[in-house]
Design a protein around this ligand. Structure first.
Ligand code: SF4
Length: 455
């Protein structure tokens, strides 16, 4: 789908955010239509954002139309797991060279689509534009339309080249493409009054698998997972759900809001991290679905799960009590982990509020309390300063920050896309406690904090 400037502005403009709506109404301050600054795409570009949002759809072939180096940018950076097809893990690229840039890459794209369709039999092919193919003016939209007729499966153009802006914009463009071309194109075999969609969970390290059994115990069916461990078909009938549960508000709220407008599906914003949040999430789902005995079943499940978890956590709580955390993450994790840490008796003394909606930013400030520090920057220098100022015991961040923690000679816990442990749900809380314990009590810290023999 070719993005017009008006569509991009709409995607940048957070209509579900009350602060932004106030800004729009007052007309005194500019709403959140941040145009990209030169260099803004460095590191995380919209193409990568779209790949991150759509890449977890497991039986789709994700074809990158551009130089092969673009393919490498997001590929493998997110550990979304699949219970079924592994096709999404293949790195398909048209691998444009200099000749294609001069004479156009349309023929190469058409050939790649045909070959993928015949050799891999995917449920659909998503074709991602990149800076180069958008700049040379390849008519990707048209090629996709023609090829879809020939190969007999949906071929969808994802127009999120790097120069458009931020990674979050790419996430939203991905959601927009699903709404435009996928949602509502098929019907489920049957529906139930307890059908829900989960939007904004990408099944990193298998996190959705900690949640699905809980919902199943309550008799709730997840009709569509958008997009962690999803297959293409289930997203086609997402319009038949009775409720959308939004996990990563910053990137998924607009999709949920548009589904409410188009299909009348209400939505709630929730988190799967931390006992308080998961309890809150289950209660809110039960209340929103409104089935007579569901709320009773939910209370029973919560008390059973929390009782078992409290027993399992007692040792870890005694060891983690009073430990101080500097948290540098984004999205739903920022405020969820503050709550999860509190539950373990730990304290987040500094946290970032990047990639958060205004509502989430307010929540983070409240949770940090008066003495908590909001991190505006995430440079190694800023993080080292925050660690020193707060006398933190551990840095919780993405894998790229682990060397910052090593420089400060403090433990590190990875909570971002590359993590290998699932922290969602009750069982995830126990995993998180174990990981904190192992990181903090590793004997290596005692050794590396001793002065070097030559000092
Ligand atoms: S789309 Fe553009 S910004 Fe993104 S990886 Fe490719 S060249 Fe870089």
């Amino acid at each position: 789908m070719k993005q017009t400037q008006e569509q991009i502005n709409q995607l940048l403009n957070e209509i579900a955010c009350e602060y932004n709506v106030k800004k729009l109404q007052s007309r005194k301050t500019k709403p959140c239509k941040k145009p990209p600054k030169p260099g803004a795409a460095q590191g995380n570009c919209p193409f990568e954002g779209a790949m991150v949002a759509l890449g977890p759809i497991t039986d789709v072939a994700h074809l990158v139309h551009g130089p092969v180096s673009c393919t490498r940018n997001p590929w493998g950076s997110r550990g979304s797991l699949s219970s079924n097809s592994q096709l999404y893990q293949m790195g398909f690229s048209t691998d444009l060279g200099e000749n294609n840039i001069i004479f156009g890459g349309e023929k190469k794209l058409d050939k790649a689509i045909q070959e993928i369709a015949h050799r891999y039999n995917p449920a659909a092919i998503f074709v991602y534009a990149t800076c180069v193919t958008a700049l040379i003016g390849d008519d990707i939209e048209n090629i996709c339309k023609q090829a879809a007729h020939q190969v007999g499966i949906p071929v969808i153009h994802i127009d999120a080249p790097g120069f458009l802006g931020s990674k979050n914009l790419g996430n939203r463009i991905g959601g927009e493409a699903l709404l435009e071309y996928v949602v509502g194109t098929a019907e489920p075999e049957f529906t139930t009054p307890l059908d829900i969609n989960i939007i904004g969970d990408y099944n990193v390290a298998g996190e959705i698998w900690n949640i699905l059994p809980l919902l199943k115990k309550l008799g709730i069916r997840v009709l569509s997972k958008i997009t962690g461990d999803a297959h293409y078909q289930e997203i086609c009938y997402a319009h038949r759900a009775k409720l959308n549960v939004v996990i990563c508000s910053n990137v998924s709220l607009q999709m949920a809001q548009k589904m409410q407008e188009r299909y009348g599906i209400p939505y709630i914003e929730e988190s799967f991290y931390g006992v308080e949040n998961i309890n809150h999430c289950l209660r809110n789902i039960a209340a929103a679905l409104g089935e007579q005995y569901l709320q009773e079943r939910t209370e029973w499940l919560i008390s059973e799960e929390t009782e078992a978890l409290n027993i399992a956590l007692s040792f870890y709580r005694s060891q983690l009590q009073g430990k101080r955390i500097v948290l540098y993450s984004g999205g739903v994790k920022s405020w969820s982990i503050i709550l999860a840490a509190k539950n373990l008796g730990m304290e987040v003394v500094a946290a970032s509020d990047r990639k958060n909606t205004q509502d989430e930013k307010v929540k983070i400030k409240q949770l940090l309390g008066q003495n908590g520090m909001v991190l505006a920057k995430g440079s190694p220098k800023a993080l080292l300063q925050a660690i020193e100022d707060t006398k933190a015991d551990i840095l919780v961040a993405g894998a790229s920050n682990q060397y910052t923690a090593l420089k400060a000679r403090i433990p590190f816990l990875d909570v971002n896309h590359e993590r290998h442990h699932a922290y969602s749900g009750y069982i995830g809380m126990l995993t998180m406690a174990k990981e904190f314990y192992e990181a903090l009590y590793s004997p290596v810290w005692e050794q590396i904090r001793q002065p070097a023999p030559w000092d």
